[in-house]
Design a protein around this ligand. Structure first.
Ligand code: SAM
Length: 391
């Protein structure tokens, strides 16, 4: 294969087969004989766009690594690299308040950090290595842990797989079917990671039920360019995972396994009985029994913890009773929504509950003081990130 023009014949438009929607054409030359063999192969499967791509991937007619590398260089030239910061779009993500969370975790004085409900792994990625010498990311969802493991171990190969995929509604829904039908679990780890990332980045809100993302912003960003910026950043993301241990266990096991007095557990469990839960944001459901088990486990650990809860979870009596025993930091922030920008977003409050001395170096105590006043509306702050310590 050498640079130059595609052999354009048979009316199959091979360039758009590779690139899908709204990408300028890439110029790749195949030997005419090779190209004709590919067209033959694809015809057997009905001459669809995907069938040519599949034929290309399955055949040994071209050096796929070389082909993918050309695609990657071309993509970087055409799309630029953008300014991406995290590989996955994830519901309930900590991204917007990660600085507040990390600041509190650092104040625990611990050297080991366990992110118990890892999700997109924002905390594992950005926790300061000067403080935390050992970082453990855990999630029960093996699609997530497989993705981060492949990202850490084989970022270049992952990038190559993704560089060959068109950004198209058809392919998105085919991949969604693979996830929803469970077929994805039969794929090899690399392919599983590629499909998972694709659906996450091409769909709305990162979830399979979200649907194909339509971007209508005035700037030149499209679903395709956004996807490709993230694809081009995989090597950079991988560096942030190089020193992270990845675990795929239930929270009960992980807490038991790592509990030491120098360990801080960061827990961001799925919402309990809220709208989000019913919409199926996460592939694993979290029951009131799970929440009780988590609170019980945290009450008796040797180490430290920070538990993130949404304000509305205090309506659950066993949760609010439990929270009273600990210190609470309240973070007020804009809701993370793709469709609405900045100040137009609704605000929400998140509680960070922790079991070590407060920022004012006071011992944990049982009075709800500041938090109660805040809940009843007497202590509302208009600041973006209000810090309401108990007094
Ligand atoms: C609210 S999300 C975490 C979001 C994460 N903090 C972030 O910033 O992306 C909760 C996560 O807990 C995981 N999970 C659900 N049940 C679990 C369990 N029993 N043990 C461990 N992880 C679980 C889900 O797969 C989901 O990724």
């Amino acid at each position: 294969m050498r640079g130059g023009e595609w052999v354009r014949n048979e009316g199959l438009e091979p360039v758009s087969i590779i690139w899908g929607l709204d990408m300028p054409k890439v110029e790749i030359t195949l030997e005419e004989e090779t190209y004709n063999k590919l067209v033959e192969l694809s015809k057997r499967n009905g001459s669809t766009m995907e069938s040519l791509l599949e034929a290309l991937l399955e055949s040994s007619l071209v050096d796929m690594d070389e082909f993918a590398d050309e695609m990657i260089s071309h993509t970087a030239r055409v799309c630029g690299r953008g300014n991406p910061s995290k590989p996955l779009h994830y519901p309930g993500g900590d991204w917007w308040i990660k600085d507040e969370i990390i600041d509190l975790l650092v104040r625990s004085g611990c050297k080991t950090l366990v992110e118990v409900f890892g999700g997109s792994g924002a905390i594992s990625m950005y926790a300061p290595r000067s403080v935390f010498k050992n970082i453990i990311y855990n999630d029960k969802d093996s699609l997530l842990t497989n993705f981060f493991t492949v990202l850490r171990e084989r970022p270049r190969e992952l990038m190559r797989r993704l560089a060959l995929l068109p950004v198209s509604r058809e392919l998105y829904y085919r991949f969604v079917e693979l996830i929803e039908g469970g077929e994805i679990r039969k794929l090899a780890p690399l392919e599983r990671a590629a499909v998972f990332f694709y659906v996450n980045r091409v769909g709305v809100d990162g979830k399979p039920k979200g649907g194909f993302k339509v971007m209508t912003g005035a700037d030149s960003t499209t679903t395709a360019t956004r996807f490709r910026h993230h694809m081009l950043s995989l090597i950079e993301y991988a560096k942030r995972w190089a020193d992270v241990t990845i675990e795929n266990r239930d929270f009960r096991e992980i807490i038991k396994l790592y509990d030491r007095d120098f360990v801080v557990f960061y827990c961001d469990p799925p919402y309990l009985s809220t709208e989000a839960d019913r919409e199926g944001y996460y592939s694993i459901s979290f029951t009131p029994g799970d929440m009780r088990a988590l609170l019980k486990a945290l009450s008796s650990i040797k180490g430290k913890f920070v538990l993130k809860l949404h304000e509305d979870q205090l309506r659950v009596p066993f949760v609010s009773d439990w929270v009273k025993m600990y210190n609470v930091k309240v973070v007020e922030h804009y809701k993370n929504m793709d469709t609405v920008v900045e100040e137009k977003r609704p605000k929400q409050r998140t509680l960070l509950i922790y079991n070590y001395p407060s920022l004012h170096s006071r011992a944990p105590h049982s009075s709800m003081g500041g938090l109660e006043r805040w809940l009843t509306g007497e202590n509302k702050s208009n600041k973006l990130c209000a810090l309401c310590e108990e007094d």
